[in-house]
Ligand binder design. Structure first.
Ligand SMILES: Cc1cc2nc3c(=O)[nH]c(=O)nc-3n(C[C@H](O)[C@H](O)[C@H](O)COP(=O)(O)O)c2cc1C
Length: 174
């Protein structure tokens, strides 16, 4: 798949085959692609915690509430993305320019992870509805948890029609 094909095929998976584990080679490929993601000053101010089994279940529970993310416990693997300190140059840039580079870096990381998951034939969903304190406790993390990404084989991998802004609403050419 070229990148456009990956972008067309990636969609948030909210129904996983709980009985089908992810092959270690596929998970390794996702993590290796994640390692290559760009970041401000190449600082990679984040950490990825791979959760399986009971840990995954506990993290999944901490992404639920008000009927949201009910599907998360069925995903065999959850990746917890937490913050790490900025490198000095990125910290200075963020302060001087008032720009939150770390959140951008984590967003790019998530895009790389979900794109590679798609290339590996896996479903994924980025979760931002989460209980930071609970997940930090479960995963023994100091840094704030910003995202959780569910990974697994989709029960139903039928592609939905993508709803997106029209090009002229999204883009201005001057
Ligand atoms: C930062 C972020 C947080 C998100 N949080 C959740 C979430 O907690 N639960 C969920 O089901 N989807 C979540 N999503 C998925 C979005 O709803 C989804 O990407 C968007 O509706 C577009 O649909 P698609 O991913 O199927 O193309 C999140 C996506 C992003 C980028």
């Amino acid at each position: 798949m070229n990148f456009y094909e990956i972008a067309c095929n990636r969609q948030s998976c909210r129904s996983y085959d709980a009985e089908r584990p992810i092959e270690q080679e596929k998970l390794n490929a996702i993590l290796e692609t994640a390692r290559l993601a760009p970041s401000a000053c190449n600082g990679q101010p984040y950490h990825i915690t791979v959760c399986r089994g009971e840990t995954a279940k506990a993290v999944a529970k901490a992404t639920q509430g008000m009927g949201i993310n009910k599907f998360a416990p069925d995903a065999p693997v959850l990746l917890v993305i937490s913050e790490m300190p900025y490198v000095k140059s990125a910290a200075l840039g963020a302060k001087l320019k008032g720009n939150d580079y770390r959140s951008m870096d984590i967003g790019i990381l998530a895009a790389y992870i979900t794109a590679e998951a798609t290339a590996q034939g896996l479903g994924s969903c980025i979760l931002g509805w989460l209980d930071d304190g609970k997940i930090r406790e479960v995963c023994h993390l100091d840094g704030a948890v910003r995202l959780v990404i569910t990974l697994g084989y989709a029960k139903d991998d039928k592609l939905r029609t993508k709803k997106r802004k029209a090009m002229d609403e999204l883009v201005t050419e001057l």
